[in-house]
Design a protein around this ligand. Structure first.
Ligand code: SF4
Length: 476
């Protein structure tokens, strides 16, 4: 993808994990061919930035030489601890594999856009709830054993529920939904399906689906009539109202840059996680990016300490497997020294910041430096109701949605947007180098003026956009 700092390459290893030597090799390729910045996105994809058309080709050859098999078909995503998490309800890997095979068999990859995705969530310690997807399958416990709840177009909260069925029916519904999307063209997503089509999918399980799905998509007429005949099909479960809340699939990745801060609190991948055998140590990249050399150093230390595998996790994290508890604590100390995030309460996990200047040519302000200063000065970042986004320009790559406070760079400096997106008109400006001081003024007022029990978000509302803009402007 073309970005403000040249081409960006996103890699999703098929096997889910890399041996430490592969990550070291990728880091060296990033140094040789890119601008030396590597990223792990909020969805857990690895990105290398600053490539040219020619250097991207060289990088691809080196990825092949490293023996890293990368995903090239429709993403069918599973959690990074799939199959090794003692808390998961079901191992999602077999179902994900069957869906991948069915997609290939139906020839859908070429007919679907690159941002169409499926999530198969077996449950467990690391939630996939925040990931948007065209089709979501989530394992649930039922009297009949494990079932899969199928929903479409959104994250766990906004997706439209269709049905709760066994694995085979879940696969059939997922592939049928993708066929419907493919019929609408490469720009389409499941959010574009009609209520009637969704009702057809919801009713799919209540009659025996063919073992091999038909090649031509709508047997809609057929499905509709069969569906209608099944009056018990809970079409009311397809909440009309949910549509308003839909987030476009792969939000954040659509821009081709590191996604921004999901503010909802879920179990963090950062820290020590118990596995069926042994542990995984989660270490995150601050704001999703790091110089490649730091990643090489961390992976080298991990290899020396006996790590067998490094998995990419959503939340911009790397999970190191195969370490003893004492090796894990040695690696953690090394990560701290290299500037990585090793605690889930690190305030840097609460700020969305794109690369900004100097990494991105479109940037007007040094987003990461501003974010680092704010995080250092405010270790608690007030409370979890505050969303803070720092954007190098109005594109808002790191957080496409609205945030309580957004600092956005433009030719006038660092603008402040209250309760809006980076595209909104700023209410006040400061020079980019001095933006953190303006935010400090707002935070000081929030601390001094918030009422007992009042959240930061509520206090911001009470102070009003004009009052907050004044606080930002005047702090010296
Ligand atoms: S939002 Fe940030 S990363 Fe995106 S184009 Fe602007 S400066 Fe570059």
């Amino acid at each position: 993808m073309r970005t403000g700092d040249g081409l960006l390459v996103r890699l999703n290893p098929v096997a889910g994990g890399l041996v430490p030597m592969s990550l070291i090799g990728l880091g060296e390729s990033a140094l040789r061919h890119g601008n030396g910045i590597m990223e792990v996105t909020a969805r857990g994809s690895l990105q290398i930035r600053g490539l040219t058309t020619e250097s991207a080709r060289l990088l691809a050859a080196e990825v092949d030489a490293l023996g890293i098999d990368v995903r090239s078909s429709v993403p069918v995503e599973i959690g990074p601890l799939a199959g090794i998490d003692p808390e998961e309800i079901a191992d999602p890997r077999p179902l994900a594999e069957r869906i991948r095979a069915a997609i290939e068999e139906a020839g859908l990859t070429a007919r679907l856009g690159p941002k169409v995705s499926v999530v198969v969530d077996g449950g467990g310690q690391l939630t996939m709830d925040l990931l948007t997807a065209d089709v979501r399958l989530k394992a649930v416990r039922a009297d009949a054993g494990v079932q899969w709840s199928v929903s479409v177009a959104g994250d766990a909260h906004s997706a439209k529920p269709l049905a709760t069925v066994d694995a085979e029916a879940a696969r059939d519904i997922a592939v049928a939904a993708l066929r419907m999307v493919a019929e609408k063209g490469r720009e389409a997503h499941t959010r574009d399906l009609s209520e009637r089509q969704l009702a057809s999918l919801a009713g799919w399980h209540s009659f025996a689906p063919p073992s091999v799905l038909p090649d031509i998509s709508p047997p809609w007429g057929e499905i509709r009539s069969r569906s209608a005949a099944n009056s018990h099909v809970p079409t009311s479960a397809i909440g009309e109202s949910a549509r308003a809340g839909l987030i476009s699939p792969l939000e954040g990745e659509m821009s081709g840059r590191t996604e921004g801060g999901a503010v909802e609190r879920h179990r963090s991948p950062i820290g020590l996680l118990n596995l069926t055998e042994g542990h995984a140590l989660g270490i995150a990249l601050p704001f999703g990016s790091m110089p490649a050399q730091n990643l090489i150093d961390l992976a080298s230390e991990a290899a020396n300490l006996g790590a067998t595998e490094i998995r990419l996790a959503s939340g911009r994290a790397l999970l190191f497997l195969g370490l003893t508890p004492s090796a894990a604590s040695t690696l953690q100390a090394c990560a701290v020294a290299l500037g990585f995030v090793t605690s889930p309460t690190d305030p840097r996990t609460r700020i969305a910041a794109c690369p900004g200047t100097p990494a991105c040519a479109s940037g007007h302000i040094p987003t990461r430096a501003i974010a680092e200063t704010i995080a250092k000065q405010n270790p608690d970042l007030l409370d979890a109701s505050l969303t803070l986004h720092i954007s190098g320009c109005t594109k808002g790559c790191a957080h496409p949605g609205a945030a309580a406070l957004t600092l956005v760079g433009d030719e006038n400096g660092a603008g402040l947007v209250v309760d809006g997106t980076a595209k909104a008109l700023p209410a006040a400006y400061r020079p980019g180098y001095d933006a953190a001081r303006g935010v400090a003024g707002i935070f000081a007022a929030l601390r001094a003026q918030s009422h007992q029990g009042e959240t930061v978000a509520a206090c911001l509302k009470r102070l009003g956009a004009a009052g907050i803009a004044e606080l930002y402007r005047r702090n010296q």
